[in-house]
Design a protein around this ligand. Structure first.
Ligand SMILES: Nc1ncnc2c1ncn2[C@@H]1O[C@H](COP(=O)(O)OP(=O)(O)OP(=O)(O)O)[C@@H](O)[C@H]1O
Length: 243
């Protein structure tokens, strides 16, 4: 099994073991294993087409696992419907600008909560994270800039009070100031709320500024994982990603 972790199962908020999945007969994610503790951020690195997005979608339940397990605080959730996973505190932020363009910012945020009244109580968190979003509450989401739409996506995840956040290339196409803001928000969300965050990223400086640990995915398999702060990290990334 590839990618054995340095944590015991008892500590893991998210534990993925021997996970394989794909499209029809084609296997894309192969025997992937890792775990993430509460308050920890793991980034999956890899070139285009290596299976990073497929891995996130499999964990969320959008793509069927062919084998393996996905555990949330020790309970098996592999192949559970995405809406049930969302209700039980998994928040998925896709790579696409997946907001409802014709709804207002507020209406988009409301989709992140199970009851309308909860949004009012949680708006303070959106305001603290992304003041620009809170100011545009009544504005049609389609009028936001690309970067603001990404902030709205992340805000929608935050108001759902997740235990686990699955985030696919949030920094893509953002200007540096917005990327820095995203990094701060993710760091404080994991540190202060104990959220386990699984990031998929191609933006290496951003990934390394945010994550505690990394795993490198190559043709669907984890070929290496380690601590970002470890002295060997730069050499390992150079070897596998040629950067
Ligand atoms: N809906 C699909 N049907 C069939 N094959 C797919 C589908 N989506 C992705 N694939 C294939 O699965 C492989 C992995 O794709 P995936 O999007 O998971 O990679 P990725 O590492 O996230 O890459 P990128 O950064 O380009 O999004 C690729 O070969 C891709 O062509």
């Amino acid at each position: 099994m590839s990618g054995v972790t340095n944590q015991s199962a008892g500590e893991a908020r998210l534990q993925v073991a021997g996970l394989s999945s794909g499209y029809g007969p084609v296997t894309v994610v192969r025997d992937v294993s890792f775990s993430i503790a509460p308050g920890e951020i793991l980034v999956i690195l890899g070139k285009n087409g290596m299976g990073k997005s497929t891995l996130l979608k499999t964990i969320m339940g959008f793509i069927r696992a062919k084998s393996g397990s996905v555990r949330l605080d020790g309970s098996e959730i592999a192949n559970r419907a995405p809406h049930l996973n969302a209700r039980e505190a998994l928040a998925y932020t896709p790579q696409e600008y997946a907001i409802f363009q014709d709804l207002t910012v507020e209406e988009n945020l409301r989709l992140g909560v199970t009851e309308d009244r909860l949004l009012g109580a949680r708006m303070g968190e959106v305001e603290a994270a992304f003041p620009v979003i809170a100011k545009r509450f009544k504005q049609r989401a389609g009028t936001l800039s690309g970067g603001e739409q990404k902030m709205l996506l992340l805000s929608r995840s935050l108001v759902s009070r997740p235990k686990i956040m699955l985030i696919d290339e949030i920094s893509e196409g953002l200007q540096p100031s917005m990327v820095n803001r995203m990094a701060q928000v993710l760091r404080s969300t994991s540190a202060e709320k104990g959220v386990a965050i699984l990031l998929v990223e191609q933006n290496l400086p951003f990934a390394l500024s945010v994550a505690d640990r990394y795993a490198i995915l190559k043709i669907g398999e984890i070929v290496e994982q380690g601590d970002v702060a470890h002295a060997d990290t730069a050499a390992t990334l150079e070897r596998h990603l040629r950067i």
